[in-house]
Ligand binder design. Structure first.
Ligand code: HEC
Length: 174
């Protein structure tokens, strides 16, 4: 599914920026068609552990899922044919039809984004980054405090202004 997303994004970008890459369009479309053929077998066995996050509905509503898979295969096969003609208008129309096939399946058979492992990983990594920033800010504050202690009370104004923006740093990072 990751590669499917990548191929769709590549086609959109080639179209969006008017890149003269008709050959690439066909390759991306063929890749989509090939991956569409993998979907039915990919979810044949009920595997809900691990990184991918399919909805159990795939197996509860197997017939409907099969239908969506079939539609995906049909639309991506058409996309290959249209990509070969290098007609941007027709390609636009078929890209929409393909995206509709993606959405049609995702609506019922993909877990909402907030339940996706990727979102969770992103949130965890963001939290880690925040903790690192906080630790760094604390370390800098300690260094400044030590420096100011060494400087004694003779030059308190030399330390006070520079410690201000550092104290504000975590707020801007959130
Ligand atoms: C027949 C059903 C079906 C079709 C059609 C389908 N998908 Fe998916 N897709 C899924 C399921 C189920 C998942 C969640 C399981 C997984 O990640 O393998 C998923 C996951 C994804 C993910 C990963 C999302 C995440 O949260 O990590 C991307 C990206 C994606 N699909 C893109 C697409 C695009 C683009 C298309 C159309 C070109 C498409 N899919 C068509 C069923 C489908």
């Amino acid at each position: 599914m990751e590669s499917v997303g990548g191929d769709m994004a590549s086609i959109s970008n080639i179209m969006k920026y008017g890149l003269p890459l008709t050959g690439n369009l066909v390759v991306h479309a063929e890749s989509l068609a090939a991956h569409a053929k993998l979907v039915s077998t990919a979810f044949e066995r009920k595997v809900t552990a691990g990184q991918p996050t399919p909805e159990p509905a795939i197996w509860a509503k197997a017939d409907e899922f099969k239908e969506k898979t079939k539609a995906f295969e049909t639309e991506t096969a058409k996309l290959v044919e249209v990509a070969k003609t290098s007609d941007p208008a027709a390609l636009g129309v078929q890209m929409k039809a393909t995206a509709k096939a993606c959405g049609g399946c995702h609506d019922n058979f993909r877990k909402p984004k907030e339940e996706s492992f990727k979102r969770k990983a992103a949130a965890a990594s963001e939290a880690r980054a925040q903790r690192r920033i906080a630790a760094l800010t604390a370390a800098i504050a300690a260094l400044l405090a030590a420096a100011s202690a060494r400087a004694g009370t003779a030059r308190p104004s030399a330390v006070a202004p520079s410690s201000k923006p550092l104290a504000a740093a975590p707020a801007t990072a959130t």
